[in-house]
Design a protein around this ligand. Structure first.
Ligand code: ZN
Length: 366
């Protein structure tokens, strides 16, 4: 492979400013880095929140963290992926959406490397920060030290592979934290990409009943193909009616687990009402600061509810995400979730379509 000297990136100067294509230099990867030529990057809802300024993101910025690509050059210290498979130039890989500075209390004692102090994420740094190419909306990306890399099996398509390192791995973590077991009934609040993967993973973990909530009819319809047994429109009924309906569908007392992936803290009170005694509630979508909501804490106490948050995921969840997609790609139409494709100079249009929910997952193909 000829070594490239420069690569194009779609950069935005400040929140909501138009994307501009900039060409920035490439260098040889440092010993623990990998230089990758990007094949595809998909737009995650958190990219949209960052772009709109709903949460802080350094500017001028390069977004995109759901990325796959082909290895151009390996740093001297990078020889194998996290499963132990040898890595070679030309291999197609995915990698964790985050990387950490080194060992820490969080990593070694708490086993929470994803929350280690100084953790950084792809598509969350100013483009002026070395080595410039660390987001998905570009031609190249450096996989930086202390990331977790996985070689992709050839039978998985780019469309199936790209959401693995954020959307799928996050939902592996969320469903793990929801402790979904054989025979469980699970309520999922929001049938965007996370909710659809969540439904499919819940079924794969043995759930008997999966109920999905979304106000968008097309998403409720799609949910049925991803394991949702009952798709309900929360906009068409009162909270009391919704809780009553869930109770009827989850005898004798309500759902074993409720998962929030719609990003609206306002849904939490009714979610708590839908749980059985001893049920688990997991938050996966409320990623913006100041997501305040008023809840009846006495309800949490009396019903012995476990409440958990998920942010980032454990590196093992990345491996499980790839294995889940590989094992279930013929059962669920994952390839249909990437339903919009755009060139690098069309990132602005892609962000607009994604923000307006005209597409489920927009893909940038540089
Ligand atoms: Zn994401």
């Amino acid at each position: 492979m000829i070594k490239p000297e420069k690569g194009r990136l779609a950069v935005y100067e400040s929140p909501q400013a138009p994307f501009v294509i900039r060409e920035l230099p490439l260098r040889a990867p440092h010993p623990a880095e990998v230089l990758v030529k990007i094949r595809m990057s998909t737009i995650c809802r958190s990219d949209i929140h960052s772009y709109l300024g709903h949460r802080p993101n350094p500017c001028p910025g390069v977004l995109g963290h759901e990325i796959i690509g082909d290895i151009v050059e390996l740093g001297d210290c990078v020889t194998h992926d996290m499963r132990g498979s040898a890595l070679m130039p030309g291999d197609r890989i995915t990698w964790s959406e985050f990387f950490i500075p080194g060992t820490s209390f969080h990593t070694d004692v708490l086993d929470l490397p994803q929350k280690a102090p100084g953790v950084e994420k792809y598509g969350h740094m100013a483009v002026t920060t070395d080595p410039h190419h660390h987001g998905g909306f570009g031609e190249y990306c450096y996989v930086l030290p202390r990331s977790w890399i996985l070689k992709l099996p050839s039978e998985i398509s780019d469309e199936e592979a790209t959401p693995i390192n954020c959307g799928v791995a996050t939902m592996i973590c969320v469903t793990e934290q929801a402790e979904i077991r054989i025979g469980d009934s699970v309520l999922i609040q929001g049938l965007g990409l996370l909710g659809l993967y969540g439904a499919a993973i819940a079924k794969a973990r043995g759930a008997k009943t999966v109920i999905g909530l979304d106000t968008v009819a097309a998403r409720r319809e799609l949910g049925r193909r991803f394991g949702v047994d009952h798709a309900l429109d929360p906009g068409s009924m009162s909270e009391a009616e919704l809780a009553q309906r869930v109770l009827e569908l989850c005898p004798p007392e309500g759902a074993d687990a409720v998962i929030e992936v719609c990003g609206d803290p306002g849904v939490i009170p009714v979610g708590l009402q839908c749980l059985r005694t001893g049920g688990r509630y997991v938050l996966g979508g409320v990623v913006n600061p100041d997501s305040s909501v008023r809840i009846d804490a006495n309800l949490v106490l009396r019903k012995l509810i476990t409440l958990r948050g998920v942010h980032n995921y454990h590196p093992r969840n990345l491996l499980e995400a790839l294995d889940f997609v590989q094992a279930n790609r013929l059962h669920f139409p994952f390839h249909e979730l990437v339903d919009g494709k755009y060139r690098l100079d069309e990132v602005g249009k892609a962000m607009e379509d994604a923000a307006e929910r005209r597409v489920l997952r927009a893909a940038i193909i540089p």
